[in-house]
Each structure stands twice: as C-alpha cells, then as structure tokens.
Design a binder for this molecule. Sequence first.
Ligand code: F6P
Length: 548
Amino acid sequence: MSELTRLPAWQQLWEHFAEAKQLHMRELFESDPERAERYALEVGGLLLDYSKNRLTDDTLQLLMQLAREAGLPARIKAMFKGEKLNVTESRAVLHVALRNRTNAPILVDGDDVMPKVNRVLERMGRFAHAVRSGEWLGYTNQPITDIVNIGIGGSDLGPLMVCSALRPYAHPRMNMHFVSNVDGAQLKETLKRVHPETTLFVIESKTFTTQETLTNALTARDWFVQRARDEKAVAKHFVAVSTNQQAVADFGIDPANMFEFWDWVGGRYSLWSAIGLPIMLYLGEENFVELLNGAHLMDQHFRNAPLEANMPVLLAMIGVWYINFYGGGSHVIAPYDQYLHRLPAFIQQLDMESNGKQVMLDGNPVDFETAPIIWGETGINGQHAFFQLLHQGTHISPIDLIASLENRSSLPGHHEILLANVFAQAEAFMRGKTADEVREELTAQGVTGEALEKLVPHKVFGGNRPTNTLLMSRLDPRNLGSLIALYEHKIFVQGVIWHINSFDQWGVELGKQLAKTIHAELSGKSGPAPHDSSTARLIAAYKQANGR
Ligand code: F6P
C-alpha cells in the first residue's frame, strides 16, 4: 500500500464515496439555494463556478484534509523557495521566478535568480522593440514582417497558444508562423508564404538537440542562404532561444543572437522565459509583461489563499475526486472562444507530460490512477461532434467550459449565442432529462403509446455529469496569464497528492532512441538492426517503396 492510500483522509474519502456516488446534482441544487454562491470563487479577472460537481461540503472538507495530509502546504512553499523538486534531474522548478514581479530574491544553489531573469527580460524587450519599430532591418534593409518560430512541444505550444489567443493585440505589420512538425510539408508551406528579406526565424529549443527542430532549422537556414547568397546575412534573420549556448554556437548562430534560459524552467512551463520571445515580438513587451503580471497574480493567490478558497487547489482536488474515486480517466478542455482554440493542445502537454507517471518519487509503483487523458476542442464545435458521448456515453469525463464575458468580435449577435451555449451545456450536463420529462415532451408533440415508450430510453439524459465553468472578464494578456498559471498550479497540486515527479519526462525518451537507429537504417547509413518481425516488415515496406 502506498503512503497516499494509507492516509486517513484517503480512507475516509472512500467511505464517503459509498454514499456520495448516489447523489444527483439536481437534488444538491434543489436542497441548497445558496450552492452556486458558495461554490464559486473569483481571482483577478477569473470567475470559477465549481457548483456543478458531485460534491458536498463533506467531500470538499475531506479533499482538503487529504491535501494537508499529503503535505501540500509545505510543497507549495518548497517550490516558491527554489527547492529541487525535480529529483530525477536534480533541478529546481521555478517558472514562478520568471513572473516574480515583486523581484524578491529566489535562490538556487545560493544564487538569486532574479537578476538574470530580469536581464534576459530586458534584452528580449530591447530586441522586440527594435524588430517591431522597424529599427532592426533585414539584409536588404527592409523591416521584418514575418516571424517563423521553429520548435516543438514546450518550445512551440505555449507561444503558439498565446499568440493565437491574443491575436487582436498583435502588431499590424507582423505575421506569426509556427513550424514544429518534421514532416517537411509544414516548413515547405510556411516558406511559400514568407520572403527571406523580411523574415526572422526564431529557433527555440531548451536542449538544442531535438532532431525535429534542428532538422527544420537547418532546412530553413539553407533556404535562406540560397536566397540571400550571403552567410553573413544569417545574423540578421536567425535568433535562438536555448539553455545550451555551445549547441547554438555549433549550429552557427552567433551567441550574441541567443536568448538564454535555465534548466530550472521545464519545457512545458517555459513560455514565461525567453521561449516567450515570439510572443513579445508579436504582441509587444507591454502585453508580455501583462501576461507575466496575470500569472504572478495567480501565483500570489496560490501561495497565500487558504486551501478551501484556493482556485488551483480546488480544481486539482475536484479532479482527484473523479480520477481516483469515480475512476474518470479523462478530462475535457472546452474553450468557448475561437482565439483559445489551441488551449486544449497546450494543456494536454502541460498535464499529460507532467503527471503521466506510474512511479512515485521513491521509485515505487503507484497503486492509484494518475493524470487523466486531456482532450478537447472549442466547445461549440465539440457540441456538434463528441458531446453526444459526454451527455449519453458510458464514460464520466469532467469538462472545463471556458469563456470570456466580454465580446471581442464586433459582429452583432454572435457572442450571445456562444455564451447561451456555454450556460446551456453546463445546465444540461448537470440536470439531464428524466423519463417523465421525455414522456411529457413527446406527448406534447403528439407521440403516444408504444411509439412513445420505444423512444423514451433513447431520449433520457442521466445528467449528473460534472463541469467547471471558468469565465474570464475578457480574454486579455493579464487574464490569459492567470488562466495558464491556474492550470500549471492545478497540475502541480495533483502531482503532490500522487507523490510523483511532475517535472521530468523520461517516457518520451525510448521512442527517440529507437527512431535514431531506425533512421540510420532508412537512410542507408547502417544495415538492418535486430527488430521484432512487425517493425522489420514496416521498415522493409518503406525501403521497397523508396527504392532502397
Ligand atoms: O520530447 C519531449 C520534449 O522534451 C518536451 O518536454 C519539450 O517541450 C520538447 O521535447 C522540446 O524540447 P526542446 O525545447 O529541448 O527542443
């Protein structure tokens, strides 16, 4: 038995679950007119309504007791103090330092990291200003109009999601492009849309060893040099963001054109670091700083608010309730905002790469579920695609419905329809529709007798399906910063409860290793290596198709 499953609160939650699982949210709302008031929380420009969950006061009290027994308050302090929580890599976990707007010292190995954080932020600001103002010129003295970000995973998804989300704040001259896939199609299509004289390539890689990124970067460099016919022009069109100065220099980018970050910033937590350079280039320094301010606001709340009124803690513990007790292994992110269409993909990496783990910090296997499968899509599109399963399928998948109160599109009528759907879905998931209600509805439509009874079971909605509704006052840099930090901390809390290391990702390594061997075989650099018969047959099919 793990330490977690031996905790008194864990045992008590199981006892409580035996009764709680019978509850229907309809009854919880009927018996408590104050429920919506009591189960809501505001932080900055974010309002969380968590009332449409299968929870009572007892559930919440036990979940918070579990958080305490699992040592959450001490772990929160440890993160903010710069302790090396990432034990398998012996690294601190300090994305919070990148947005530490108070500038209070944070020490790693006795060194205050704040001066270097600020130094890089200032450099980024100066560079972004030069590019945006047109002071930074390309090799034919033209201002930059297109930024191509080359990176993958955390070196792609964060900047991509933020740039998409805040597009209305973008510089009118600037076009943003993201290339992550080593499938040459993405780079090829991007290069068709840009001009070498006015394009800036930002090569982003924490390690600067990622094969997909280096391959794309080399191809982009060749494309550029063939057109500029001058190696020296590279300095005006290629910059790098990395923790690995040597690898950047070896690649041929002048270290003067490199923006640095540090090993205590995890890739999926790195958009606040120099990895945010494309964000700053596109949106400007002020908006980037607002993003940091919003995240800092959430950091302060997370650090100081009591657990019971702590937004990330509430979201995390409600998640634990479903994952570990109801056995709900999936979680849906449904933004009702077109600008947030990449949020599900971003949170998918954040959560699944952080908490998709099967051993605890001490190396022993877990005897409980860990990270859920995160998936999603813009809510309104999901309604016409997969929401059928969420309403009437056999899985329980809690859903986060995320929307903005302020209308940002100037087109009349659209926002009301959008928001009406958010509220209607949350209501439908909670209430469902009983057999009696279905009968009443069908009778009113003139359906009777056997025909009616045949239809009833198909039209019944069980309801009682959990949702969190997150409303932003508006989708602006500050609120987006708070929203992202909210999910980062939620994931941190769940990792603490499960006693896992949320900050390594060894699970991605095996595929990388095997791909190297197979790549050598496919490209003819090495002869056949030993494989299982399926892999060998697939390799043979490729070779035959490509005349190798
Ligand atoms: O393969 C997974 C991963 O290491 C992610 O954790 C990371 O965000 C991504 O690859 C990119 O890594 P890098 O920034 O070092 O190129």
